[in-house]
Design a binder for this molecule. Structure first.
Ligand code: GLC
Length: 553
């Protein structure tokens, strides 16, 4: 698969509450996004993905939708949205919306109806099941499935006898029943509504998990996958639904689907998703290869192996190092003190691998996690709180350890307000306005205004890598081949019609010897994150050479 425009351009993710505050209430909104379109255009951005802006109680920051057809008043009005569509069109920027249809919010009228009237047709929009009883007659949920956000995946229905509903995420996010044809019809209607407004397509939230094949007890598959997931991850029913949606409403409108495919999908599943289903997708393996269960740092050795597997087996990955659920790449993938150079190395990799590069707001200026995290009482992410509670209540872990685990799994770091300049509100909001979440002290250093005139800045490097890929058929379509090097180096070539690029990346903060010798490369140096050349690779060094395959021999 692969829509051409999507293959040709990077996608810039906006987390609306933290991007730009247009009305001075300390929260980002659509007016704010419109005010920053010149900024995005100047960066060379052609596609933006908006995390959810629909009406929502915001328990999971919009990933709990109450009304799919209206804009959350916190973010503005439908007029603001229409203006955004007009203004992006003028600039040749396309807009991707987030589509969250594994679940709705418990505030959605369908769910309210389903609860208040078990006879209503909406009851079957969700998954209600009778609980079990153990030998002693005690009530148990219908099965042993766990929520991806800790605890049982079942919530007892108040006022009904032994009745539960399924929620793979929080209990405020009841799962939709994709066995019901009506649910598919509703979702296709939603898609058409927004496509008719001019959106380019959808980033489909946890789309690999929507179709539950059975409700049998689960066995634990591998670390990180919740119990039960083998019954609902990448099922045949899931593939069939995506094929239907694509054929019914996406293809006729020339739209795209980007899938968030969690739950431990394999490259083989990924290959299937790219056949008449999704244009590209995100896997989690390269995000979850931590040094160990307690560490919040990625093992670059594990990362390299996993990345090569995905890159060689799957035609067009959605490549990403950051998003609203992950820590900043400079904290997670870069070890030691060379974080600026490391940020540029990550950007080099992102834009030269095969697949679509996804960039998360702030990554272009090298945004960081908070230096020491946020105190628990300032954390708004439901995952931070549930992990802390689990560690304290179930495992009786000390406070500091519980906080460490909560921070590792929590998502508050990525959700700090954006920094555009050095004014008091960092260009996110106006002077004197209290932002919804505390500004990150690193905003002072890592912001566009502070970096724009410095030729060595991260943002100027970002512009270079983005420009290098724009219209570059070798990087867009060229095949990828990895060279055999030790774990510290990632070395690959991208080749199309005998022309290509050679990419050499030092994945570590140590000096390392390049085994093939640079002098053997018939080369034209096109990009590097160090100014001069050395005989060895310095910490996180990244070099991109233009090569001519015929001459190379
Ligand atoms: C996805 C979203 C995440 C959300 C979850 C449940 O993983 O990226 O933010 O909490 O789905 O909708």
């Amino acid at each position: 698969m692969g829509d051409n425009f999507l293959r040709e351009h990077a996608v810039y993710q906006i987390y609306p509450i933290s991007f730009a505050d247009g009305n001075g209430d300390g929260k980002g909104d659509l007016k704010g996004v419109i005010s920053k379109l010149d900024y995005l255009e100047n960066l060379g951005i052609k596609i933006i993905w908006l995390s959810p802006i629909y009406v929502s109680p915001m328990f999971d920051f919009g990933y709990d939708i109450e009304d799919y057809y209206n804009i959350n008043p916190m973010f503005g009005t439908m007029e603001d949205f229409d203006l955004l569509m007009e203004e992006t069109k003028k600039r040749g920027i396309r807009v991707v919306m987030d589509l969250v249809v594994n679940h709705t919010s418990d505030h959605h009228k369908w769910f309210k109806e389903a609860l208040s009237n078990p006879e209503s047709p909406y009851r079957d929009y969700y998954v209600f099941k009778k609980g079990k009883k153990d030998e002693k007659g005690r009530e148990l949920p219908p099965n042993n499935w766990q929520s991806c956000f800790t605890g049982s995946a079942w919530e007892k229905v108040e006022g009904e006898d032994n009745m539960y509903y399924l929620h793979l995420f929080t209990k405020y996010q009841p799962d939709l029943n994709w066995h019901n044809e009506k649910v598919l019809e509703e979702v296709e209607k939603i898609i058409c509504f927004w496509m008719d407004k001019g959106v380019y397509g959808f980033r489909c939230d946890v789309i690999s998990e929507i179709y539950k094949e059975s409700y049998e007890d689960g066995k634990k598959r591998k670390i990180g996958d919740p119990v039960g997931s083998e019954h609902y991850v990448a099922t045949q029913g899931n593939h069939d639904i995506l094929k239907r949606i694509r054929k019914d409403v996406i293809e006729p409108r020339g739209g795209i689907l980007i899938g968030e495919c969690g739950g431990g999908i394999t490259p083989e599943d990924g290959i299937k998703y790219l056949q008449d289903e999704l244009d590209t997708f995100f896997q989690f393996d390269t995000q979850l290869c931590y040094k160990n269960g307690l560490s919040s740092k990625i093992s670059m050795k594990k990362f390299k192996k996993i990345l090569i597997e995905w890159q060689t087996k799957v035609d067009y990955n959605g490549n990403y190092f950051e998003n609203h659920d992950q820590h900043r790449s400079t904290n997670k993938y870069v070890h030691g003190k060379h974080t600026d150079i490391g940020a540029k190395m990550i950007l080099t990799m992102l834009f030269t691998l095969r697949g679509v590069p996804f960039i998360y707001m702030g990554q272009e200026v090298g945004a960081r996690d908070y230096p020491k995290g946020l105190p628990l009482e300032e954390c708004s992410d439901c995952v931070t709180h549930s992990v802390y509670k689990l560690a304290r209540d179930k495992f009786h872990a000390p406070k500091a350890f519980s906080m460490m685990m909560a921070r590792k799994n929590g998502r508050d770091d990525a959700r700090a307000p954006m920094a555009f300049d050095q004014s008091e509100g960092y260009g996110f909001s106006a002077l004197g306005v209290k932002p919804w979440q505390r500004y990150n002290p690193y905003s002072e250093t890592y912001n566009y205004e502070a970096e724009k005139d410095d030729p060595h800045s991260i943002v100027n490097y970002f512009k270079k890598v983005n420009q290098l890929r724009e219209g570059n058929q070798i990087l867009i379509d060229g095949k990828i081949d990895f060279l055999d090097t030790d774990d510290k180096i990632l070395n690959y070539v991208r080749v199309l019609n005998h022309e290509g690029y050679m990419v050499i990346l030092n994945l570590t903060d140590k000096k390392v010897k390049y085994p093939y010798g640079f002098e053997r490369i018939e080369k034209e140096h096109v990009l590097a994150n160090y100014d001069d050349e050395a005989k060895f690779l310095r910490p996180y060094e990244a070099r991109v050479y233009k090569i001519n395959k015929k001459e190379e021999k």
